[in-house]
Design a protein around this ligand. Structure first.
Ligand SMILES: Nc1ncnc2c1ncn2[C@@H]1O[C@H](COP(=O)(O)OP(=O)(O)OP(=O)(O)O)[C@@H](O)[C@H]1O
Ligand SMILES: [Mg+2]
Length: 341
């Protein structure tokens, strides 16, 4: 059976079948009529998609960011589940899963919202979804045939990616017996979880809102004071990475404010870590995951006692969860678990 993972984060939506993958910003927008058919310069397509789901059309990803007049982006979990998850997840899956071929899908939720929404997400995904993908003027009909859908806590994706092989068998048996803490820093949420010998610890698991968006909100306010322009936080990724931004012709240096706010954010994450893991002083290793994990690693390292390792299983750190979801799917559906059941 074909297997696919989809990770709908507050910053980015990621999907893979273990081979091909897609990644775009978690933005949904109104489609715009096209007045010109041609792409005048042959360049790479904008990440994202124009699709129709249940008779409504959307632009998603960077296509929505750059073209839609009305764009939606959320940092609210309930709104994500009820309004955006389906569109973003189906758009991403349509990029990696062939039409009409049955597939099992694994997705995730922040640990703090797992019990509340896991059945809902599985129910949203499961079944047959007829989509129109508008990459030609008529649109191509794509049918996503989702046989089974399973939801796991998001940081388990990164943990599985670290511990398992692509075929769903265990790669690092010694590490798997150890007590591992995972910190997954995303755009909105930071997830903490503890696992020992594949046993989940409820006590060591928590979701906080110390994500990168906190730092971006502050940077956006500082930019507003300086330039008078309100820069939406999802337009700051490249600027913050590069350390400067150009607004209406003027260049603003972001390196100082970035250092300050990332430093403060790292302090907040480190103190959450102390609090959440007060009784878990016997962790063998702490794995730092998520795109935000990479961004904060240098700031966080001096603040954490014990071994803190940046998860480097994938070239792009944002892909670790979803890559682990596929491995988990192979383990769960193809491997020992379902055969025993
Ligand atoms: N190439 C890149 N472009 C943009 N952001 C990047 C890149 N590489 C790393 N990042 C960092 O990754 C962060 C997003 O990480 P990630 O995709 O793990 O979050 P998310 O899963 O969407 O959010 P959440 O887990 O809160 O729902 C950004 O805030 C940024 O700091
Ligand atoms: Mg995430």
């Amino acid at each position: 059976m074909l297997m696919a993972g989809v990770d709908v984060g507050f910053g980015f939506t990621k999907a893979t079948d273990g081979e091909s993958s897609t990644l775009f910003k978690s933005i949904v927008g109104e489609p715009q009529p096209r007045s010109m058919e041609d792409n005048f310069f042959s360049s790479e397509a904008i990440p994202g998609l124009h699709l129709t789901v249940e008779d409504r059309s959307y632009f998603v990803g960077e296509l929505a960011e750059s073209e839609s007049r009305v764009r939606q982006f959320t940092l609210d979990q309930a709104q994500m589940v009820t309004q955006h998850f389906k569109i973003l997840a189906l758009a991403a899956l349509a990029k990696v899963v062939p039409s009409r071929v049955p597939v099992n899908v694994i997705t995730g939720l922040p640990v703090g919202y797992y019990m509340e929404y896991k059945d809902k997400l599985a129910q949203i995904l499961q079944g047959e979804h007829k989509l129109l993908i508008h990459d030609s003027s008529q649109g191509n009909e794509t049918v996503l045939n989702i046989n089974r859908a399973r939801v796991i806590p998001q940081p388990y994706g990164s943990l599985v990616d670290y511990l398992f092989r692509d075929d769903g068998t265990v790669l690092r048996a010694d590490a798997a017996r150890q007590k591992i803490g995972v910190v997954d820093i995303g755009f909105k949420t930071t997830d903490f979880t503890v696992c020992k010998g594949f046993r989940h610890s409820e006590r060591g698991s928590r979701t906080t809102d110390t994500g990168i968006a906190k730092a971006f909100t502050y940077i956006s306010e500082a930019l507003n004071d300086m330039s008078g322009v309100n820069v939406e936080i999802y337009r700051l990724y490249d600027a913050v990475r590069e350390g400067s931004i150009k607004i209406r012709g003027a260049e603003y240096d972001l390196s100082k404010v970035k250092g300050e706010v990332f430093g403060r954010l790292a302090t907040a994450v480190a103190s959450d870590m102390e609090r959440v893991w007060t009784d878990d002083w016997d962790l063998d290793i702490v794995l730092l995951a998520g795109g935000g994990g990479e961004a904060l690693f240098e700031y966080l390292k001096p603040l954490v006692r014990g071994e803190l390792a940046l998860l480097k299983t994938k070239e792009d750190p944002r892909m670790a969860n979803v890559s682990g979801y596929v491995k988990y799917g192979r383990y769960y559906y193809d491997g020992s678990v379902m055969k025993e059941a």
